[in-house]
Design a protein. Sequence first.
Length: 411
Amino acid sequence: MPDDDPAAQAPAPAQRLVRQRSRRTQPRPPYPPARGRLATALAAAAPALGAYAAVRLIGLVVLAAAAAGADRSAFHLLGERWDSVWYQRIAENGYGFTATLPNGDIHSDLAFFPLLPALERGIAELTPLSLAGAGLLVAWVAALFAAWGIYAVGAHLYGRRAGVVLAALWGVYPTAFVQSMAYTETLFTAFAAWALYAVLTRRWIVAGALCVLAGLTRPSAAALIAALAITAAVALVRECRAGRTDGIVRRNARMLTGTALAPLGWLAYVVFVAVREGSPFAYFDVQAQWGNSIDGGVALASFILGLPLPGALGLCAALVGLGWVVFLCVRQRQPLPVLAYCIAVVVIALIGSGYFGSRPRLMMPAFPLLLPPAVALLRLRTTARTVTVVAVLAVASAAYGAWTLLGSGPP
């Protein structure tokens, strides 16, 4: 039977040319639909989401038991105290409330960024939930998206097992109880993690858009904006040093667009406060009234010097440990955007003048700090040992969270 394939009838050198032309003319398989890609990504992340949900469930169960024993409401502790009340007041009445403390200090609600209150108001109007319930819903859903994004970054860098362990470790962070509160930490971390993943996968415009949302959530979005700007600047410098200046803007149009988008959310709120208060530096004045200005670490040093010697030595040891973890991140050669974001979050938390007790919470979005221990846990010989270590950390984190929430609460 004669062969109908023209490539088979041609001489050997021509066969390759015919096959190449044939492949060019054949229709390409359709790109997987977005729904299919999302389902595949969610299935891959399921172990990480399950591990994260399990460790946070331990925290909630321990809190519920402790609150019941103390005749307290776990819902009230998580959704109706401290900063949560400020967000809910903004959601209900808009901006304009100030509190005058006994010492004369004035605290304005303009210190709180608008995205969480806007979401709380929208959900409360569309559902039977109260503002507190809406805040908890946002925080818990955002926590799952944050864990998913953290897994995505870890899996991209060190494999799926590392991503699963990384998400679980973030759920047992010492102040992880805040992840279950109507606060902005989970919402911001979700935007930050997915923005970093977008940069790692060269989706710069997506990264810039996520930065806009992060900038409407927390002032620490400055760390994420800086990470994108530093990464883009280094990429351009490298191209210039390599002599690739022709068409440099066209080649990097998406990167430049994403970097330009990144600060718009943060800047929009700062400008809003400036216009409302009639001063270009009004936002920074508001933060200073709350004691949250940048002093280069003077407040931290003063706090340490004011402690008894054992406490000062213990705190110094903890700071040395933090520095060692940052060094491990550098030695691990984490990608520039991830490393720059991590270091920026840590630096911003340490050089502010705010209360020292709030600094661990402020550093919680710096999840890349957990990459070195996550990779180290993978070196354990069996999965059972890794699970045991994470379980012990989950119980310890849950106990600390219950003790804190039933006590003075998160500063």
